[in-house]
Design a protein around this ligand. Structure first.
Ligand code: PLP
Length: 396
């Protein structure tokens, strides 16, 4: 049976380009860039070449790029650093949203325990914040605004340029978790007025365990990992040269094909959404227009997302449910709750995140399998029975 992988918001398969770019740095160019001899200096050159090329792809200066172990580390460092530097000026307030990735949310929760006050903006039923909301929430003691570029569960794209403008005007540091955006939609840190931005390679067909933090010149950046003087004293640890070179090659490829990929994906996505909406008592989560080209997120009333996933997996379809909590508890997704869905609806969610490797045949197979599995689960569900015999009212 063919595997249909549609969980690309969780991670992607590495591209041939990314694997090819990485190989010499696993084998021949093994030097430590901090070594003064030739073997080290060859590695150093590769590192700095990657930095120049990487920076160009988001319109940054190479000196504004700090390579990290991934998106989570970049988010943690950006937020921690902005908070610590705000605190020095007596600023203890942060503005963010209710549906950030846990790399941001859990860092903010910790800062709250340490005495910071965080305003979590309402993302409304469509999963979008506005620049006006951000502007209204900013106070004289606001140290940081952190709003994600695009949401990893429901795919909604935030008005980052307008938020960046507002932050610039009001003199507040602006961080964005752009892990789902970079490589997928155009990101320009200068035009968007972004001060700090997190990237992760494995979301655009690069390797896992490598990412980057962009930090605008003039914005102080504290080190998060102590040790050597790598990354201009901001990130200790011998650099992951193979990963960094590979990430850069993957991003170059993603950016070169971005508009072609986006139009192909948008077609697949829209066919999938229209087909899945034909299932009775289903809904699309997140705004339909301001949406990543590869994201579909649906809820089906009367079923559990986990059951849906397991049955789809048995049919060779690897998708995701926003409702499963990694801790094993049955808490529904904080993102679906943030857009106002009641618990019982949020539990029945399905996220399908496509990549350019997916085909029309994949969409056909998904459109065959999902209605069948939803019907099967509903037949076994006492909740569905109650909905159908009128003992409970339908919510969608
Ligand atoms: C995947 C993801 C991260 C975490 O990136 P890692 O490289 O896996 O640490 C952070 N934010 C968003 C929005 C993501 O999708």
């Amino acid at each position: 049976m063919k595997t249909i992988y549609v969980d690309n918001a969780a991670t992607t398969a590495m591209s041939d380009t990314a694997i090819k770019a990485m190989t010499p740095y696993l084998k021949d160019v093994y030097g430590n860039p901090s070594s003064l001899h030739t073997v080290g200096q060859v590695a150093k050159e590769a590192l700095e070449d990657a930095r120049v090329r990487f920076a160009r792809l988001i319109n940054a200066d190479p000196k504004e790029i700090y390579f990290t172990s991934g998106g989570s580390e970049a988010d943690n460092q950006a937020i921690r650093s902005a908070a610590a530097n705000g605190l020095k000026k007596g600023k203890k307030h942060i503005v963010s949203t209710a549906f950030e990735h846990h790399a941001v949310l859990h860092t903010l929760k910790k800062l709250e325990k340490e005495g910071f006050e965080v305003t979590y903006l309402d993302v409304g039923g469509k999963g979008l914040v506005t620049a006006e909301q951000v502007e209204k929430a900013i106070r004289p003691d606001t140290a940081l605004v952190s709003v994600m570029y695009a949401n990893n569960e429901i795919g909604t794209i935030q008005p980052i340029r307008q938020i960046g403008d507002a932050c610039k005007r009001l003199g507040v540091v602006f961080h964005t978790d752009a892990v789902q955006a970079v490589g997928h939609i155009p990101v320009d840190v200068k035009a968007d007025n972004i001060d700090m931005l997190a990237v992760s390679a494995h979301k655009f067909h690069g390797p896992k365990g490598v990412g980057a933090l962009y930090c605008r010149r003039g914005i102080p950046l504290n080190s998060f990992i102590e040790g050597g003087a790598q990354e201009r004293n901001r990130r200790a640890g011998t650099e992951n040269i193979a990963g960094i070179v590979s990430m850069t090659a993957a991003l170059e490829e993603a950016c070169a094909h971005m508009s072609d990929n986006a139009s192909k994906l948008t077609k697949l996505r829209d066919r999938l959404i229209d087909g899945l909406l034909k299932i009775p008592h289903s809904r699309l989560n997140g705004d339909r227009q301001m949406r990543l080209p590869a994201n579909v997120n649906m809820c089906f009333e009367g079923i559990e997302g986990e059951g849906l996933l397991l049955y789809l997996d048995a049919e060779g379809i690897c998708a995701s449910s926003g409702s499963a909590c990694t801790s094993g508890s049955l808490d529904p997704s904080h993102v679906l709750l943030a857009i106002g869905l009641p618990h019982e609806i949020a539990h029945g969610s399905l996220r399908i995140s496509l990549s350019e490797n997916n085909t029309d045949e994949d969409i056909d197979a998904i459109l065959q399998a999902v209605p069948k599995v939803v019907a099967k689960l509903r037949n076994m569900s006492p909740v569905w029975e109650a909905l159908e015999n009128g003992a409970k009212a339908h919510l969608i």
